[in-house]
Design a protein around this ligand. Structure first.
Ligand SMILES: [Cu+2]
Length: 147
């Protein structure tokens, strides 16, 4: 009978490990959610040769995520000088480009891209399509005190 005791205690140990593992995994997920909430997300749709966004002023010092989707039947460009000097991460078609001074992203028909950066300069930041020079828009970034 005494031989079975070590076996039982080993099973008990594994079960404790699993029980501890579940709340730990949930805690990580909650951390992920709160990280997502600390970003400000701008959704821009390109449609009928126009940049469409409902975005109000953005805040400086909060990571900014721009999600651009091209709904037109031809290629457009989301380009801007606002990324100059900033570490910018651009994700398109599963490929991530990361660098300083990226000029923007070209978008084929029905494609989207995600741009991430942390703006350090307040004011109006213009973006445009280099293929169609009459296409343009702007984002307004305000310092936190002004919001
Ligand atoms: Cu265009």
């Amino acid at each position: 009978m005494s031989i079975k005791r070590p076996a039982r205690s080993w099973v008990g140990y594994v079960m404790i490990g699993l029980t501890l593992g579940v709340p730990w995994a949930m805690g990580l997920e909650e951390a992920g959610v709160s990280l997502a909430q600390s970003e400000q997300v701008v959704e821009v749709t390109i449609k009928d040769y126009k940049f469409v966004t409902k975005q109000g002023p953005l805040r400086l010092g909060v990571p900014t995520v721009i999600k651009v989707r091209n709904e037109d039947a031809l290629r457009h460009d989301f380009g801007s000088t606002m990324f100059e000097g900033l570490h910018t991460r651009i994700e398109r078609d599963g490929v991530i480009v990361y660098g300083r001074g990226l000029g923007g992203v070209f978008l084929d028909s029905k494609r989207d891209a995600v741009l991430r950066f942390d703006m350090s300069r307040p004011g109006r930041h213009e973006f445009r399509c280099s293929i169609h020079p009459n296409m343009g828009g702007e984002l307004l970034l305000l310092s936190t005190e002004a919001v």
